[in-house]
Ligand binder design. Structure first.
Ligand code: HEM
Length: 449
């Protein structure tokens, strides 16, 4: 059940990727775990062996912990959709993220998560997308204008990180963040740099209160960032109470959920969720944009097709949130980029219970790992997975791709909330906004960059 092979005749760009982990074949699970641990900490994508790219699943152990690496669409659906009620966050992920994100939606569980998801869902509803898209367009227009005046070589990844922050800050707080300055941008960068790195002792049964040396580095930045978010939220709340006319950004919308009915978010939860949106939405978007531009830079004909689409679009005569509809090729390039370089490379859960599916058996307590990176390059699912071929996602080909073979936004009930609220016209609100962002950049590339 390969995704279609639309065009085998032309030589295609093969972007770089690390080699799979060369399994040491050590007999002892403990020694094998110790051998792979530094790689897991440095870049977990590199810790998957060649077998993971070929088999539906691979069972293993990380020290004492039973693990299942699952990369089969049918099994993934069975686990993450049909047995979603048996899954909880993997302890290792909670150890890494929870101290920073607390009860934000990414790390909350049980009733707190359910209430947050239900309360926040309307904020991502299509009716708010138009406003967000316009704000994204304005921020991006300004940014591209500045980029045009840069001379010499530019590091596109750094620019996309900055642009993604500016967009996020505008849609979250309309640029009102208390103390918004170079310092906050540096704090966000520092916070994100240190956020998702595990500390070696996270892999052992060491209690959470035990200090992790590697976490000290980001803690000052996180404290300052939280403080700024808190002050901004309190000031905005005062303005809501005073009945002022306010921007309909995330902050206003989140704070308003507090008035509507009992069970809305507490001020602490608003703060945790704003921090979570920064954590979940900043680097992911920046990476998606940077890789798309990188790939287009190496494929002149794909890039020219994007530029032709952009030229044909009536940019000023149509609403930004509808642009994506007229840009099917650019959208295909963007999706192909997220296939090759999924911004969230690993999804983990712990199983509370057992799962049987044909010959497949998962014992209670197993940690389930699925990597969009491995899945998107799986040899049983894609033709020439290593090649950049946007045609896979273009026109009818797109409909032939198994829904559970392409998971840049995750799956099941904890799928990315930005993606969850797709309306008929837009595959997803955030996705569409990313298309808007990348649209402007190829336009600037045309001006000689
Ligand atoms: C290209 C951009 C993005 C990608 C690829 C992406 C990817 C993902 C993935 C894979 C998950 C699931 C994680 C898991 O199951 O463990 C997720 C969850 C989440 N994402 Fe995104 N994301 C993106 C942008 C955003 C943005 C812009 C926001 C918010 C402003 C956001 C907010 C969230 C939240 C709150 C969750 C947790 C949902 C829950 O657990 O209920 N994401 N994202």
């Amino acid at each position: 059940m390969h995704a279609p092979d639309p065009d085998v005749s032309k030589a295609k760009f093969v972007p770089p990727a690390p080699k799979p982990w060369a399994d040491s074949h050590l007999k002892s699970a403990w020694l094998r775990s110790a051998a792979v641990l530094p790689t897991v900490i440095r870049n977990p994508i590199e810790s998957f062996s060649a077998e993971a790219y070929q088999s539906p699943y691979v069972m293993s152990r990380m020290f004492q912990q039973p693990m299942a690496m699952v990369h089969d669409p049918d099994l993934l659906r069975h686990i993450f959709v049909e047995n979603a009620n048996l899954l909880v966050a993997a302890p290792i992920r909670q150890k890494i993220l929870k101290p920073a994100l607390r009860e934000g939606m990414l790390t909350a569980e049980g009733d707190i998560w359910r209430r947050a998801r239900r309360t926040i869902a309307p904020v991502f509803a299509p009716r708010h997308v138009a406003g967000f898209a316009t704000s994204m367009r304005n921020v991006t227009d300004d940014y591209v204008e500045r980029l045009k005046h840069e001379t010499g070589e530019i590091r596109i990844a750094d620019h996309m990180t900055r642009l993604a922050y500016l967009v996020l800050s505008d849609t979250l707080f309309s640029g009102d963040l208390h103390n918004d300055s170079e310092n906050v941008i540096a704090d966000v960068a520092y916070f994100l740099q240190n956020l998702s790195r595990p500390d070696p002792i996270d892999f052992f049964a060491v209690p959470n209160w035990f200090p992790r040396l590697t976490k000290f580095r980001g803690s000052g930045a996180l404290k300052r960032l939280r403080n700024s978010v808190r002050i901004t939220a309190e000031q905005r709340q005062l303005r809501i109470n005073a009945g002022e006319d306010l921007p309909q950004d995330f902050l206003t919308l989140l704070l308003k959920t507090r008035d509507e009915e009992q069970g809305g978010l507490t001020l602490d939860e608003v703060e945790d969720n704003i921090i979570t949106f920064i954590a979940a939405g900043h680097e992911t978007t920046a990476r998606a944009l940077a890789w798309t531009l990188y790939l287009l830079a190496f494929d002149p004909s794909a890039r020219q097709r994007c530029l032709d689409e952009v030229d044909a679009l009536d940019i000023d005569g149509s609403a930004p949130h509808e642009w994506g509809e007229s840009l099917p090729w650019l959208t295909a390039c963007f999706e192909e980029s997220m296939r090759l370089y999924p911004p969230a490379g690993i999804i983990t859960r712990k199983l509370n219970g057992t799962i049987e599916h044909g010959d497949f058996h998962l014992e209670d307590g197993t940690v389930i790992v699925t990597s969009p990176w491995v899945l998107h390059r799986h040899q049983a699912l894609w033709d020439h997975p290593e090649q950049f071929r946007p045609d896979r996602f273009f026109g009818e080909n797109r409909n032939r791709i198994n829904k559970f073979a392409f998971l840049p936004f995750g799956l099941g009930h904890r799928v990315c909330i930005g993606n969850r609220f797709a309306c008929k016209k837009l595959r997803s609100s955030w996705f569409n906004c990313c298309v808007i962002l990348s649209l402007n950049i190829p336009a600037s590339l045309r001006h000689g960059r």
